[in-house]
Design a protein around this ligand. Structure first.
Ligand code: FES
Length: 128
């Protein structure tokens, strides 16, 4: 039963975020902030043999940003770097059953954090 502007999935991932926390020996870390709302998202990736084997996040932000982070970690686990690079904020929003228009930017934050983390990984590998 969806109440208010959020889908059940958004509420579920907001109330029970998956993969919240940090990875100490992360292969790549991406942090992005949205200056308009002040929300900040940090995404940690563990990459082995070109595959994302673990992902965790810390998000200081709104419910939609937390739900988007949570869904993003779920979607990218087990994916190759190239596959993960194709993940768009629309796909994250879709997997969450949609976000209200005013909250689309929260899923953009997740996409940007993912790209930043993959960039960081490539830099550490010396392939950026
Ligand atoms: Fe800014 Fe959601 S209101 S990320």
């Amino acid at each position: 039963m969806a109440q208010g502007p959020y889908s059940d999935k958004v509420m579920d991932h907001f109330m029970h975020p998956r993969n919240m926390g940090e990875i100490e020996d992360a292969s790549g870390v991406g942090e992005v902030g949205n200056p308009a709302c002040g929300d900040v998202m940090r995404l940690y990736l563990k990459i082995e043999d070109g595959k994302i084997v673990d992902a965790k996040f810390k998000t200081f932000g709104c419910g939609a940003a937390i739900a988007s982070s949570s869904m993003t970690t779920e979607l990218i686990k087990g994916k190759s770097i190239d596959e993960a690079l194709k993940l768009s904020n629309e796909a994250v929003s879709e997997a969450l059953g949609g976000l209200p228009p005013a909250k689309q930017h929260c899923s953009v934050l997740a996409e940007d954090a993912l790209r930043a983390a993959l960039e960081d990984y490539k830099k550490k590998q010396g392939t950026a």
